[in-house]
Design a binder for this molecule. Structure first.
Ligand SMILES: Cc1cc2nc3c(=O)[nH]c(=O)nc-3n(C[C@H](O)[C@H](O)[C@H](O)COP(=O)(O)OP(=O)(O)OC[C@H]3O[C@@H](n4cnc5c(N)ncnc54)[C@H](O)[C@@H]3O)c2cc1C
Length: 376
């Protein structure tokens, strides 16, 4: 039987990033059920980093990891991981309050956001309908992330340090034996001191295998479509245009455009696929706000964004299950938070505390811990 210090379950961005961090402190094995890492939510994102997104805990993690994206460690990647791509928040006349709230909460979270005139907004995205948009805010610091490049770089760096990745290796049984865990991955028996549960939408299922109580994880399906922009127009410089109430967004996706109706349909953990109704909603929302005509949808997909009750990530040791660590609930921010979340996880696993620079942002282990979800 193979023994490891750490076994990470799940080969999405959460598992790949934490495996790389952990391999520096001990032998680490990454187990992924699918033939390829990144098959589920990680391969289906909109690839954005937005400082103002998803509240104070997520904002602290996002900003703490920003420098990793902008100046990755020596040798981590050949190509840039991010390119600047502003966010333009727009609102109709009846959404003025929502726009003000977005500006206030964004600024409180430390994001550089500025109101712009309609003329300025239309300069950034010329297809916005004059009669639709009553107000707009620009967040120039947002970034587009090369998600495939980021995932591949984490895995390559992990392997270079001696880490092992095994695909087609779904974990089916976990049993605490003495001071370590016995893991059954498709009939192969393995052992590790610590299990890291980075199984995305399946985190509660993997928790159950270990005998841990549920963290109340809810996988919510979100749909995306791609389509052509107007003929002869280079849309690659357009911002991500976000509705003030987060009811839809659209953004450049290579030479095409990507849109989402920001749906959140509860789903069991599964290989999510898009619903025709949500696809139609995405196209309709874009056509109401812009002069774009979507005649042909090039691609459509859906992924599961998984949240716990307070919508902050769960990064911490299970208090009732020795050596079982949660890296779960990455919702709609798992890519942008991945460098800082992985460092937080590795710090807590190896040293029992958050790394100093993360503590200095005001983050505490309690804010991230699964114990916060069990109170009351
Ligand atoms: C439409 C959409 C847009 C998004 N846009 C953004 C964005 O702009 N920016 C951003 O930061 N985030 C975004 N997200 C969210 C982001 O994609 C997720 O937060 C992130 O990918 C979650 O990564 P993960 O590693 O936790 O999960 P996953 O990528 O799902 O990885 C979990 C892995 O665990 C494996 N697994 C499960 N059970 C087992 C088992 N028993 N044994 C072995 N392996 C197992 C699964 O096969 C899977 O590969 C978006 C998501 C969607 C759907």
């Amino acid at each position: 039987m193979n023994h490891f210090d750490f076994i990470v379950i799940g080969g999405g961005i959460a598992g790949a990033s934490v495996a790389w961090e952990l391999q520096r402190s001990g032998s680490t094995l990454l187990l992924e059920r699918e033939p390829l890492p990144g098959h589920h939510t990680t391969g289906r994102s909109a690839a954005f980093l937005v400082d103002s997104y998803a509240g104070p805990v997520v904002g602290k993690l996002t900003r703490a990891g920003r420098s990793f994206f902008e100046t990755p460690p020596e040798g981590f990647t050949e190509a840039p991981l991010v390119t600047p791509n502003a966010v333009l928040w727009i609102g109709r006349d009846d959404q003025r309050e929502s726009l003000e709230k977005a500006l206030r909460t964004g600024r409180e979270a430390g994001a550089g956001m500025e109101p712009v005139t309609l003329a300025e907004a239309r300069k950034l995205c010329p297809v916005l309908r004059e009669e639709y948009v009553a107000g707009a805010i620009v967040e120039p610091s947002a970034l587009h992330i090369d998600v495939a490049g980021l995932l591949e770089s984490f895995l390559r760096a992990f392997r270079r340090l001696g880490g092992r990745v095994e695909t087609k290796s779904g974990v089916e049984r976990l049993e605490r034996k003495g001071d370590s865990w016995e893991v059954d991955a498709g009939g192969r028996m393995l052992r590790a001191r610590v299990i890291v549960n980075a199984a995305g939408a399946w985190c509660d299922e993997v928790g159950r295998l270990a005998g841990a109580r549920s963290i109340g994880l809810r996988p919510l399906r979100r749909t995306a479509i791609t389509f052509d922009g107007p003929p002869g127009v280079d849309t690659r410089t357009w911002p991500l245009v976000m509705d003030a109430d987060e009811d839809f967004y659209f953004k450049p996706e290579g030479a095409q455009l990507l849109a989402s109706p920001c749906d959140e349909t509860p789903s069991p953990p599964c290989d999510a696929s898009p619903d025709d109704y949500d696809v139609a909603l995405a196209a309709d929302a874009v056509q109401r706000a812009t002069t774009l005509e979507i005649r042909h949808i090039r691609n459509r997909w859906a992924g599961l964004r998984s949240f716990v009750a307070d919508r902050s990530p769960v990064i911490g040791m299970e208090p009732e299950c020795e050596g079982f660590f949660w890296l779960a609930g990455q919702g709609g921010f798992g890519i942008m938070t991945s460098p800082a979340a992985a460092r937080a996880a590795a710090g807590l696993i190896v040293n029992g505390v958050l790394p100093d620079d993360l503590s200095k942002t005001g983050l505490t282990a309690e804010m991230l811990s699964p114990a916060r979800l069990r109170r009351g």
